[in-house]
Design a protein around this ligand. Sequence first.
Ligand code: NAP
Length: 523
Amino acid sequence: MTLTGTMLIGQHSLCGNREAIRAINPTTGEPLEPAYAGGGAEHVEQACALAWAAFDSYRETSLEARATFLETIATQIEALGDELIERAVAETGLPRPRIQGERGRTCGQLRTFARTVRAGEWLDVRVDSAQPERQPLPRGDLRQRHIALGPVAVFGASNFPLAFSVAGGDTASALAAGCPVIVKAHGAHPGTSELVGRAVALAVKACGLPDGVFSLLYDSGYALGVALVSDPRIKAVGFTGSRRGGIALTQAAQARPEPIPVYAEMSSINPVYLFPAALEARAEALAQGFMTSLTQGAGQFCTNPGLVIAIQGRGLDRFISAAREQLPHCAAQTMLTPGIFSAYAAGISALSEHAHLAAKGLAADGPNQGQAHLFVTQASAFLGNEQLQAEVFGAASLIVQCADADEVRQVSEHLEGQLTATLHLDADDVASARALLPVLERQAGRLLVNGWPTGVEVCDAMVHGGPYPATSDSRSTSVGTAAIQRFLRPVCYQDFPDALLPEALQHGNPLLLRRLLDGQREA
Ligand code: NAP
């Protein structure tokens, strides 16, 4: 497929008329062709009008038709073959196996949502049958299902050019819910976005769906994104990126005459707690596991372990010296964009001012390469300096040494909301871990024992979310099948004749759903 540098408004390719963006190959620093001219208010208008026109018919597609659509997108993405892999590698500097794996995850995610759609549990059908004889007042027939919120604006992530971008988790879950999607492409990977966008548009066509189910827009600044979020036909927003970007879009959404939900996944430093018995038993192995998690993907994961908390002593000293030995062998890695690289450099420089450098990785030998860094500080210093808990996006981490369990708790209570909290423990640590658990439950969306936070499974039980600033709405997850719930709302139908009820709510239960019928879950 020849890249055209055009936007997609439904099935129409349109060239923008604003300043153009070009991807930069971060490995060489060279710009990549073609240029992508940005869109403006008129393109937002066209895409939103089309999405709104598609909404009522798309949200009422059968479960089978919608599931087939999601599977067709996956098939179309796979059909892009090597061209997609090569372009994504060139635009992100990520290694080929990582991009191949991410394509698998993206297509697997779409197929998982297809299974979810078919099962229909997300409709959450509840029926309270009429009680005409009830005293003192009769009760009507009440039936509830969930419907799609409306067209959704998606802002993809730079660090997952496939799995959290054009056809990534936000798009897949919104389409699964029955919402048309308008993607604002990330400026770091416009070619990858175009390829995937065309695959989605082909699937829309192949499945005979209305044009407005999917559009893809480009912009060289923030104006188009803000216009999209402000458009009255957009009813929700999915975002993954910086805290600054997430806050700006949340504020734009709240400033509308009709405010709408923004599901922004923003920043997290993912504390790792090393308990004394675990440290005593395997400090060196823990250091090895930590290094691998810290440096994977140049540390450019929202679940990167940016903070280690432990009680000082022989075990922690062994952990630090093992890390000191290992980190200098870790190669510097190309970061996603020159902007992300310079933000990383600024973050390292800020940490260097306030904490002690324990070790660093091999120096860079090419452009935009991030060198891993490990810092150490005392709990008292950490508690007195807010800057020490700012996310440094990249392979940087800070070890906080605590005097005792009370100080560990104080540090924990001081932390902002997180995506994850990790506990490394042995049997003798369970009592201390149990005492800390209420704090961690308040703070994070996912709690793990004896593992590492990087690597987020796409499954039914996953929570990739957490209190602010990890996300803008702690009641949701952006990974896993529960992500569909962000784009749904309940509607109750009272005393409807069967002929007027949506299929999911009809008396004969033609979709064979497991309804909550008069307080009992059907088998
Ligand atoms: P970003 O700057 O927040 O950009 C994400 C998307 O939002 C892009 O499409 C961007 O547009 C748009 N955007 C950003 N600010 C906006 C605003 N004020 N108004 C409207 N649209 C806006 O994130 P990034 O480029 O991926 O990376 C920058 C930093 O974000 C990193 O250094 C890191 O700190 C953080 N980050 C965090 C995560 C995470 O998972 N928590 C993931 C990636 C990045 P443009 O494309 O036009 O810039």
